[in-house]
Design a protein around this ligand. Structure first.
Ligand code: AMP
Length: 422
């Protein structure tokens, strides 16, 4: 047996796990202020949900899904993204009655069979929001601004990230645009990789996303969606940008931004960060006004974003920000000898009950070894109990910074420690 995590997965060890908790906590607090509620959908769904929702011709559906038959032979797929499941739940439980707006956020793992590299995993973690029921451009501006505010609140400096926006049109103007890109691809096949040539039929817009340099050079000359938008899509896009301008949210228009899922309509956006190499998209999203109907639900507009935990962490660390810093223990309770062990155990528990992060030694180590351990853990206070202290019903409370020591009645220890750690 190979005793290793499967390729493309990692164990979230404490440094990363603390960072994940910090990122999700920050998200929950911020998103709640914007009226988003938590929702957690299953990690696997019926395969056809993703095939239909994400699109049969997308990279995700054609080659990246973890699909398996369960014991009854039903085809299930580990979720490669969060939107399809949330929209399925919204339809199933009628969460968005006609005319109403519902807002949800989620956080958890996603699964894609991709070639692993820096910032690209097979199991990765996302945090995302979905705003359902509003077709108006102010909803787009709110969602985009929320993503930007989130990276701001994590401390990712503005100069290390870029926000790209585009409109992909809708069912009125996109089909003709797709055809014109397909025709362009056929006319320029010589300079394109085999995959892009194949894309002409099924999914021509994906050629904009090819990492191959010669493909990028060819696609730079392709027709631009900005020249092909219908009047409604153009007006919507202008209104979104006006609101972003009013909010002071800096963005760049990127007419080649298409994103990899079929369900997007109109507004799409992506945040890219410095210091990540090829996988520099840390978050992105867009509007998907056709998705409810595609999945068999009542026509309901919607949009959302998802951000990747691993890449966000890489971007933060590249900027010198460490979101997974350990908090350390506040108090270390040490026994001078065996006679004080019970008292020390009781004190440590009393401190924890009083809300103080406290640690003690279970192994019967010497006082010197215990105090060394206290230093290593960064304890602010040491509480020491020996035969003398036991005789008078007290403990010695030592401020580890100033080395100031004071005898305190056992019952007063939690209050004294709380006062010292402020
Ligand atoms: P997407 O669902 O493809 O729009 O991706 C949204 C975000 O999830 C991206 O901006 C990345 O930060 C992250 N992401 C997507 N795929 C992966 C992956 N294979 N490994 C790590 N992060 C990913």
């Amino acid at each position: 047996m190979e005793l290793r995590a499967p390729k493309g997965t990692v164990d979230m060890l404490p440094d990363a796990a603390r960072a994940w908790e910090r990122l999700s906590k920050t998200a929950h607090a911020l998103f709640a202020r914007y009226g988003y509620e938590p929702i957690y959908t299953p990690l696997f769904e019926h395969t056809e949900l993703f095939a239909r929702g994400i699109g049969e011709a997308t990279d995700i559906v054609t080659k990246e899904m973890y699909t398996f038959a369960d014991r009854s032979g039903r085809s299930l797929t580990l979720r490669p993204e969060g939107t399809a499941g949330v929209v399925r739940a919204a339809i199933e439980h009628s969460l968005v009655p006609q005319g109403s707006v519902a807002k949800f956020y989620y956080a958890g793992p996603m699964f894609r069979y991709e070639r692993p590299q820096k910032g690209r995993m097979r199991q990765f973690w996302q945090i995302g929001v979905e705003l359902l029921g509003a077709a108006e451009p102010s909803a787009d501006a709110e969602v985009i601004a929320l993503l930007v505010r989130y990276f701001e609140s994590l401390g990712l400096p503005r100069e290390r990230r870029r926000l790209l926006v585009n409109s992909m049109g809708d069912e009125a103007c996109r089909p003709a645009y797709r055809d014109s890109v397909a025709a362009y691809i056929r006319a320029h096949e010589d300079g394109l990789c085999e995959e892009c040539r194949r894309r002409a039929d099924a999914n021509p817009l994906r050629a904009f996303d090819c990492k191959n340099e010669s493909c990028q050079a060819v696609m730079a000359g392709a027709p631009r969606i900005s020249d092909a938008l219908c009047d409604e899509c153009r007006a919507h896009y202008e209104a979104v940008k006006r609101r972003l301008d009013a909010l002071g949210v800096a963005y760049e228009e990127e007419p080649r931004l298409v994103r990899g899922l079929d369900y997007y309509t109109r507004t799409v956006f992506e945040v890219q960060a410095e210091g990540l190499g090829a996988q520099n998209a840390i978050g992105g999203g867009g509007r998907y006004d056709g998705l409810f109907a595609t999945l068999g639900g009542p026509p309901t507009p919607g949009l959302g974003f998802a951000l990747g935990f691993e890449r966000t962490l890489l971007a933060l660390r590249a900027a010198g920000v460490e979101p997974g810093a350990a908090e350390g223990v506040a108090a270390y309770v040490a026994a001078v000898d065996e006679s004080a062990r019970d008292a020390v155990f009781g004190l440590a528990m009393a401190l924890r009950d009083a809300g103080v992060a406290a640690e003690l030694d279970h192994r019967g180590r010497s006082l010197k070894a215990q105090l060394k351990h206290a230093d290593k853990l960064g304890a602010r206070v040491a509480v020491i109990v020996g035969p003398d202290e036991l005789a008078s019903g007290e403990a010695t409370v030592r401020d580890m910074l100033t080395k100031d020591e004071r005898r305190v009645a056992l019952v007063d220890v939690p209050a004294r420690v709380a006062a010292l750690i402020g």
